[in-house]
Design a protein around this ligand. Structure first.
Ligand code: FAD
Length: 517
């Protein structure tokens, strides 16, 4: 009966056919409003960067406008198909199937044209330079377009082939975060299709509950179809510096020194060097060796910072770097610096990607673990990591760098460690690759179990960490993850996606699919 009602619209009938599993005859792309609907069991929609989870959807929607998304969610909300889940897929660079929807519908956001509009301060009433850009567009597209007018976003991720909606659903963290906050602190306005199918514009002053819910909201409340991103004047060149340490306290001490110099430092990261080969692949702009004979089994540390070429007070970037490094306590003579274009600096991981791709080392499983750790727990966390992962086993970098809590808006859905008195919070990214040559399926399972043990131990009060890009085995673990913020998160879910249609791959709510390997 209900089906008959909806069948008055051809495109809806097609959707119904796509969702009925017995209708196996339905194979080819068809029109759904202004969208393509593909019935599929075996596409890119069941694959992500992690290559750990492979959940096939029943159908893939390739909308040509936000209206296609709104039609779909409105229909599902009002029909007996409300148990069918829907995942937006940006660039599919999740690790654990977060953008997948087992037997549900995946919306491929890249089918909506990127449409990027750059506004220089003074062009309109907004008062800041900003960009309006589609949710499925990539950050690299925004960089290319904004640089044409000498502008660029203030806050980045290390890798730019990620979608606007994908990183805003998490946080978006990189070496600029200590200074400008994560990407979610640099958004002025969003267009969102809620789980109920409503198309809404939201900002800190308009529909603000939706605005803050969606930022860092893990795709749970709505699908970002457009974002207004704050821009600033872009430098032409960047001086990029690396300094090495053989002592963790000195390394973090210097990182916190640089953290206190936002007027001089434009980018601040750092990483653990557990073995000499791990330097390979951190950047081809620098030597892939330490520059001295490392002690056997000794772990080293590297601070990476950058200074933009325009500086107030007439000093050039090289002079600023000299002034900064004089105050640092790195190993004698172990500081290197290079000058690169701003574009190449921001796009640095692409070069590593190309190199890894050419060696068949990009499309491999990535059992990554990312955590926020309060300053008081960072040394324990480093020890925990190195106790659990033998240094010689490491392939890929272990990023460690500090951020400032007050650059994060507590109204957003993003979760930082609970200790609110601690201003300094470290982000740690254990970015391992499991190449088939070095890691069998059993070894991959071991790494994932070890990651889980590390994440659990790090969440205990002694360290007080929280996962970034989180993955938890059950809704109960998710409650722990959100802690005091759980009630607000759940209330927002009831408000904007009451039927629990969106982003099932996160596995946050009971009944959504847990796809942990
Ligand atoms: P997807 O994997 O497509 O989706 C991620 C989640 O967001 C899913 O739940 C999905 O349903 C949801 N989603 C996607 N699009 C939308 C939308 N338009 N509206 C609402 N929800 C949506 N992160 C950092 O913070 N800093 C880094 O430096 C960084 N570097 C990375 C480097 C690499 C090589 C990789 C693979 C990842 C990196 N990440 C980094 C992690 C990355 O930010 C997240 O994985 C992000 O989700 C990827 O964006 P995506 O477009 O691929 O998202």
């Amino acid at each position: 009966m209900e089906l008959a009602l909806f069948c008055t619209k051809v495109n809806i009938l097609i959707l119904v056919l796509a969702l009925c599993s017995p209708c196996k005859f339905f194979q080819s792309p068809v029109d759904f409003g202004s969208s393509d609907f593909l019935r599929t069991r075996d596409t890119a929609a069941s694959l992500d960067f992690g290559r750990l989870v492979f959940n096939s959807p029943s159908a893939v929607l390739r909308p040509r406008s936000p209206m296609g998304i709104s039609l779909l969610l409105t229909f599902l909300s009002a029909s007996s198909f409300s148990q069918v889940t829907v995942a937006a897929r940006g660039a599919g660079h999740s690790i654990h199937g977060q953008a997948q929807a087992l037997d549900g519908i995946v919306i491929e956001m890249d089918s909506i044209p990127s449409d990027i509009y750059i506004h220089k301060r003074g062009d309109d009433e907004v008062g800041f330079s900003h960009a309006d850009i589609s949710g499925g567009a990539l950050w690299i597209e925004l960089l290319e377009e904004s640089l044409k007018l000498g502008l660029a976003p203030r806050s980045w991720t290390d890798y730019l082939y990620l979608s606007i909606g994908g990183t805003l659903s998490n946080g978006g963290v990189s070496g600029q975060t200590f200074k400008y906050g994560p990407q979610i602190s640099n958004v002025l306005q969003l267009d969102v299709v809620t789980g109920k199918g409503e198309l809404m514009t939201c900002s800190p002053t308009k529909n603000s509950e939706l605005f803050y819910a969606v930022l860092g909201g893990l795709g749970q409340f709505g699908i970002i179809t457009r974002a207004r991103i704050l821009l600033q004047d872009a430098p032409q060149k960047v001086r990029w510096v690396r300094a090495f340490y053989d002592d963790f306290d000195t390394f973090t001490g210097d990182q916190e020194l640089l953290l206190s110099m936002p007027d001089l430092v434009d980018y601040l990261e750092g990483f653990i060097v557990p073995n000499q080969p791990s330097l390979l692949g951190t950047s081809i702009a620098f030597p892939a060796h330490l520059g001295f004979m490392p002690e056997f089994h000794k772990v080293y540390y590297c601070i990476e910072f950058a200074v933009h070429d325009f500086q107030t007070g007439g000093a050039n970037a090289e002079q600023v770097v000299e002034k900064i490094t004089k105050q640092m306590s790195h190993m004698p003579s172990l500081v290197h610096s290079v000058e690169v274009s701003y574009f190449d600096f921001l796009n640095r991981v692409r070069i590593e990607e190309m190199s890894l791709r050419s060696r068949g080392l990009w499309e491999v499983p990535h059992p990554w673990l990312n955590m926020f750790v309060p300053k008081s727990g960072i040394k324990h966390f480093k020890d925990l990591l190195l106790d659990n992962i033998p240094p010689e086993e490491f392939e890929g970098p272990i990023l460690v760098y500090p951020l400032l809590r007050d650059k994060w808006d507590a109204n957003t859905s993003a979760v930082l460690p609970d200790a609110p008195v601690e201003q300094v919070v470290y982000i740690v990214g254990v970015l391992r690759s499991a190449t088939p040559a070095s890691c069998s399926a059993r070894c991959l399972g071991d790494i994932l179990r070890r990651n889980r043990r590390i994440a659990e131990a790090a969440s205990a009060p002694r360290i007080g960490g929280k996962q970034y890009l989180p993955r938890h085995p059950s809704p109960l673990h998710w409650r722990d993850h959100f802690g005091l913020r759980w009630n607000r998160f759940a209330a927002r879910k009831s408000l904007f996606d009451p039927l629990g249609l969106l982003a099932p791959g996160q596995g946050i709510f009971a009944g959504t699919h847990d796809s942990t390997v």
